[in-house]
Design a protein around this ligand. Structure first.
Ligand code: PLP
Length: 488
């Protein structure tokens, strides 16, 4: 078995090349432009310095698993209990994905059907509502399911389901839209309040979380983030949840690879502390695009009803790929990889700090580095575009109490999972910091017609794009993506 895209044997790499060549020929016979775009995507991914914190490179084994006839099979229901005939092979792969997930994360129960992180969160929300709100109502009315309720009782239950509270991390502190924010359905379903970080340190302040929880008394306390560069003490979060009778839900979409790789243990591992844990499988976990829900025995029966409660037919080909990726994540080599992700983030952060740049929270202890670009006189939008011009792929992000708002922002989020998969180490990440600082120092906002600095447009000093692209190419050539994979 391969443990990473960069460690395939020469023979396996040759056969992978043949497999992709054949596949692209078959595709080209129907729609050559799709085959061409697929080739171009590989070339682009190989040639760019990918620092997007939520992206990675899955192994050929994971990618190949997704391109099969499992895609054609409907399998609504759960393992061994489907609404369609002929699901024995889907049962096999879903059970394998769940078994690997349970054993890898030490979870009592795992559900492999969610199609994405958003879907995993929806399953979690509705499972918690089903367990905490719907089940007691059914018990109170002495009925087994909602169809047996009278119209009046049903209306009362619908009202109760739609009037629950959620407390999650604020967006500008690094929380995610699905944690109760209005543009997302979670913000329409729940009354939401958020907790932020300490204005001085940028760190999560558990006393403030406790205070907000005591005042707001949420049904669900959400922990987890998309852009917070630090670890969380989940034992403390559980203590807070218990104090106000809330359910602790942790969204570990970003850092699941660090949990799987045992970089986060004890209080930093959410699984022993949370009632329900959700994740994506494609970020630091390095699997196919998809979601996963882990739960305690108590919540398992309601999570198990994710389909049809929230989801349609599961993506069986992706569940099969999740099983392969989770099997990879159980290898010692994945633990080494996860440790390197965190070590490399420190190298990148130190590289920025030693060159005078400002970081949110002053550093990192996970896979994320959040650079405050105001010290370069730029908005996040300008910095993101200037870096992209120079072949450095990142994304702009709010910083706490962002003066430039959520569109222009003042930050750039960097992540180390993808380039760590390519084999980058300390020296390479230090060089990346040098290149980024060079580009940002060479970028100047244009002036608007009103004489103010623009938030969007900028000029780049001559030569910076060329020298950055050349330096990146040198780094990337030393650490090829999918080494040995050659398309004809
Ligand atoms: N949760 C968190 C914390 C995320 O960062 C993301 C995606 O960026 C999601 C959920 C949603 O995942 P997906 O894009 O797979 O729906």
């Amino acid at each position: 078995m391969t443990d990473s895209p960069s460690s395939q044997s020469a023979d396996l790499a040759r056969r992978t090349s043949e497999a992709y060549d054949a596949a692209l020929e078959v595709i080209a016979a129907v729609e050559p432009r799709v085959a061409e775009a697929t080739r171009a995507e590989l070339a682009d991914q190989r040639a760019s310095l990918k620092l997007i914190a939520s992206e990675n490179y899955a192994s050929p084994a994971v990618l190949l698993t997704m391109g099969t006839w499992f895609s054609d099979k409907y399998a609504e229901g759960t393992i061994g209990h489907r609404f369609y005939a002929g699901c024995q092979n889907v049962d096999t792969v879903e059970a394998l994905a769940a078994e690997h997930a349970r054993e890898l994360f030490g979870a009592e129960y795992a559900y492999a059907q969610p199609h994405s992180g958003i879907d995993a969160n929806l399953v979690a929300f509705w499972s918690i509502l089903a367990h905490r709100v719907e089940s007691p109502a059914l018990e109170k009315h002495a009925v087994k399911n909602v169809n047996e309720l009278t119209e009046a009782d049903w209306e009362e239950l619908r009202h109760d389901l739609g009037n629950q509270r959620m407390l999650g991390m604020s967006l500008d502190a690094g929380g995610h839209l699905t944690h109760g924010f209005r543009p997302n359905i979670s913000g329409k379903m729940f009354h939401q309040r958020s907790y932020g970080t300490d204005p001085e340190t940028g760190l999560l302040d558990y006393d403030r979380v406790r205070e907000a929880a005591r005042e707001f008394r949420p049904l669900i306390l959400v922990a987890g983030y998309s852009a917070y560069p630090r670890r969380i003490d989940f034992a403390k979060m559980r203590e807070i949840a218990d104090e106000v009778d809330a359910t602790l839900m942790v969204d570990m979409a970003h850092f699941a690879g660090l949990v799987a790789g045992k970089v986060f243990t004890g209080n930093e591992d959410p699984v022993p502390h949370a009632h329900v844990v959700t994740t994506t499988t494609h970020k630091s976990l390095r699997g196919p695009r998809g979601g996963l829900v882990l739960a305690t025995e108590e919540f398992a029966p309601s999570v198990d009803r994710g389909c049809p409660m929230v989801l349609g037919g599961p993506l069986s080909h992706v569940m099969a790929a999740k099983a392969v990726a989770l099997a990879e994540a159980r290898q010692q080599s994945f633990r080494d990889y996860a440790q390197r992700i965190a070590d490399n983030a420190k190298s990148l952060a130190d590289g920025f700090l030693s060159r005078g740049a400002k970081l949110v929270t002053g550093g990192t202890d996970n896979h994320i580095v959040l650079l405050d670009v105001t010290s370069f006189g730029l908005t996040g939008r300008q910095a993101e575009s200037a870096l992209l011009d120079a072949g450095v792929v990142t994304n702009r992000n709010s910083v706490p109490s962002d003066p430039n708002g959520a569109w222009y922002t003042s930050g750039i989020r960097f992540g180390t999972p993808a380039l760590t998969t390519r084999g980058f180490g300390h020296d390479e990440f230090d060089r990346v910091a040098e290149l980024v600082v060079d580009v940002l120092s060479s970028t100047t906002p244009k002036t608007t017609s009103a004489g103010a600095p623009s938030k969007a447009t900028y000029t780049l000093e001559d030569g910076v794009v060329e020298r950055t692209r050349a330096a990146s190419a040198e780094l990337l050539d030393k650490h090829p993506l999918y080494p040995g994979l050659e398309l004809t």
